[in-house]
Design a protein around this ligand. Structure first.
Ligand SMILES: [Zn+2]
Length: 299
């Protein structure tokens, strides 16, 4: 039994294996943010039913709410049913908070030094990479270059971005080489949240960055919620292999729950109120997975 278990474990792919597969096959791994059990359940069940690998994201705020150890324990428990799920510490703004996530047992960390001066972003990201890899050789580490505006909310505001905020190919190469990251988050016109205008992605710039950096480094597109499906597909064809979705899940959860509460004023069993909400979120995740081309890719 023990031996069988060990042989079985030998066939499991880690996150880096999946990224190699995605980069070669021109598809993308979805990254969905969660802050409660219902969202986590929706992501895991959708991934299992779709036969997809998936990343579960928790920003600093989201994981403070869930608790780092609880988040790791929950994902570990869900891995028994579907092992192809990977927990990421999304948008981590300090190296010390990276240490905490690595020590808690996260599968992946994202150090976001995009608001730091270039040199400092390199040195801090390198510290994060060194620590993470010294503790866990399978961990995947993401760095970020270029300034991503907005936060994961619905806004009526127009968010102004200038070419100065964009990732530059020459800097991307230096950044990747000097830090040793596995994934690079880039700013090519994407904006966090769902905004008044659909963002215009700079596809020439994306091509330039993809050509400039080594093939084994994956490119990450944050803020996927506000981007047109056709643009997502185009971005994947040009080398994006990881897409973040957060705001759409938040909106669906909040609006769905509101409808359930209004429609069932006498219902107090919370799980009954939440069932349809979770189902609608699963459906959205499945649609995104179809768009990302990752359905069935865990088999
Ligand atoms: Zn993001």
């Amino acid at each position: 039994m023990m031996l069988f278990g060990m042989i079985f474990l030998g066939f499991l792919m880690n996150l880096k294996d999946f990224f190699n597969k995605a980069n070669k096959g021109h598809w993308a791994i979805g990254h969905f943010n969660v802050s409660n059990l219902e969202l986590l359940k929706a992501v895991v069940e959708a991934a299992r039913e779709a036969g997809s690998p998936v990343m579960i994201g928790t920003s600093q705020g989201e994981r403070e709410w869930l608790g780092l150890k609880s988040a790791v324990a929950l994902v570990k428990a869900y891995k028994e049913d579907w092992p192809n799920i990977f927990l990421n510490a999304d948008h981590t703004k300090s190296v010390e908070a990276i240490y905490d996530a690595v020590d808690a047992g996260y599968d992946s960390v994202h150090f976001d030094g995009s608001n730091l001066p270039f040199k400092e972003n390199i040195s801090e990201t390198r510290r994060a990479v060194r620590y993470a890899k010294s503790k866990n050789k399978d961990i995947s580490v993401e760095g970020e270059l270029g300034y991503l505006k907005g936060d994961s909310q619905l806004t009526n505001k127009k968010i102004a971005i200038t070419p100065d905020d964009y990732t530059k190919p020459e800097e991307a190469l230096k950044f990747v080489n000097d830090t040793g990251i596995d994934r690079l988050a880039i700013a090519i016109g994407n904006v966090h949240g769902i905004n008044l205008d659909e963002p215009e992605l700079d596809f020439d710039l994306l091509e330039g960055i993809r050509k400039a950096i080594p093939k084994n480094v994956s490119l990450v597109l944050h803020a996927g919620s506000g981007i047109k499906d056709a643009d997502i597909k185009h971005a994947i064809s040009l080398g994006i292999s990881n897409i973040h979705i957060s705001t759409e899940l938040r909106v669906l959860f909040r609006d769905g729950l509101e409808r359930q509460l209004k429609g069932n004023p006498k219902e107090y069993a919370l799980y009954r109120l939440e069932k349809e909400v979770v189902d609608s979120i699963k459906e959205l995740i499945r649609e995104k997975m179809r768009l990302f081309g990752c359905i069935g890719k865990a088999h």
